[in-house]
Design a protein around this ligand. Structure first.
Ligand SMILES: NC(=O)c1ccc[n+]([C@@H]2O[C@H](COP(=O)([O-])OP(=O)(O)OC[C@H]3O[C@@H](n4cnc5c(N)ncnc54)[C@H](OP(=O)(O)O)[C@@H]3O)[C@@H](O)[C@H]2O)c1
Length: 379
């Protein structure tokens, strides 16, 4: 069985830039890009994550505390059974980190240092109990810590939602590796105009070029800055893998497919899940998931239905096929892995959805694992 479970957290990258695309200037003092209102917004985003990750140069230059500022948000985390602050994570190859930095001294959050290039041992000695130093192995290409391995290790430690706060090299690394699900970009209303100041990202091969645009899901004015929130292709892959993984839980039968479905809002939060025959012998995955959502839930209008198999357009056991249930629920976007083969019925779910104006995204790269769960039907 091919492993398809996303063994990484959902990754939100966040940055603020000047209108001419700079993250900072070269002055001694830290450049203030956001106002109070936006800092409070970021505080809310931090509070909703399990960990916050930065590059070592940001720790050296900005000395950030990386804590949730609002006492109410910290209390809400504690009430939900979480530590008051997300864990702090830093990446380094040089090992040049000062144990007196606020990263290590401010707050009681767990602190993780991912050390590449043979710096782990010296750092362990020097940082002592101030942090857990992890060596996940170096990427053979650039000798930096292998980012998928960093994410897999964070996942093993229970991190399900990670906030990547920069700086330039870290953002470039995560974005070019296709490891960002959601990108929050703030534009501040001024110019830096210094070609030697750090830009938002460096050169690289980004998964989203002009022909493969990110999905803009929100634009918001926050004080005098503008927030643009984008969803990236990685997010579709992330949730579709969850749907395929769910399909493995279906009670087996020779007369129907095993399918998993996940309904996700546009902030990367799960609304509901379902799998075939989960609550009754004839139920379909999408039907189970939708039965768990309040039809008046305002998130549905911008939600996506992820299904390991094409939603059905006709079924003997139920008057309303899943494609119609999705349309009736007001869901405007469906992502699926595998078109239904004509084994039991002739399915036209994709056409039915598209005729109703629903955007349908097919990810044939994941059809193999979705089919593999159903291999017994084709023996
Ligand atoms: N406006 C914003 O939203 C924002 C947010 C954050 C930062 N910033 C600004 O961004 C600038 C810093 O950006 P930057 O590109 O110079 O530095 P950075 O991305 O913060 O840190 C780069 C450093 O992180 C370490 N690193 C990155 N990827 C790694 C990997 N895969 N494995 C191991 N180590 C890795 C290396 O540390 P070593 O050098 O120790 O080997 C590398 O030199 C600062 O001016 C800061 O103020 C702006």
């Amino acid at each position: 069985m091919i492993g398809v479970v996303p063994e990484r957290p959902y990754v939100v990258a966040s940055a603020a830039q000047s209108v001419d695309g700079y993250l900072d200037d070269r002055a001694e003092a830290r450049l203030v890009l956001s106002g109070e209102a936006d800092l409070d917004r970021v505080d809310g985003v931090r509070a909703g994550c399990d960990a916050i990750l930065v590059g070592a140069h940001t720790v050296r230059r900005d000395d950030p505390r990386l804590l949730v500022r609002s006492p109410e948000r910290r209390q809400a985390r504690v009430a939900a059974g979480l530590p008051p602050n997300p864990a702090k994570v830093v990446l380094t190859r040089s090992g040049d980190l000062d144990p007196g930095a606020a990263f290590f001294t401010a707050g009681s959050a767990a602190r993780l240092v991912y050390a590449a290039g043979g710096s782990a041992e010296e750092l362990r000695t020097r940082l002592g109990s101030a942090a857990t130093v992890v060596d996940v192995g170096d990427d053979p290409g650039d000798g930096l810590a292998d980012l998928p391995a960093v994410l897999a290790d964070l996942h093993r430690r229970g991190v399900r939602r990670l906030l990547v706060e920069g700086g330039r090299r870290v953002l470039t690394g995560f974005l070019t590796a296709g490891l960002v699900d959601e990108f929050h970009l703030v534009v501040a209303p001024f110019f830096v105009g210094d070609p030697h100041a750090p830009r938002l990202v460096g050169p690289g091969d980004f998964p989203h070029g002009a022909d493969d645009r990110m999905r803009l899901v929100e634009v918001r004015q926050v004080g005098d800055v503008v927030l643009a929130r984008y969803l990236l292709a990685a997010a579709d892959d992330y949730w579709l893998r969850q749907a395929i993984d769910l399909s493995r839980a279906c009670p087996p039968t020779e007369s129907a497919y095993a399918v998993g479905a996940v309904v996700v809002d546009d902030t990367g939060h799960e609304i509901a899940t379902g799998y075939s025959r989960e609550t009754g012998p004839r139920e379909h995955a999408e039907e189970v998931a939708l039965s768990r959502v309040d039809p008046a839930d305002p998130r549905l209008a911008s939600a996506t239905m992820y299904s390991s198999l094409e939603p059905c357009s006709a079924r003997a056991s139920h008057p309303v096929p899943c494609a119609d249930l999705i349309i009736r629920a007001g869901i405007r976007r469906v992502v699926l892995a595998w078109r239904e083969p004509p084994l039991f019925v002739d399915c036209h779910g994709v056409e039915r959805l598209r005729d109703a104006g629903v955007e349908v995204v097919e990810r044939p790269e994941l059809a193999g694992p979705a089919r593999e769960v159903n291999a017994h039907l084709f023996d």
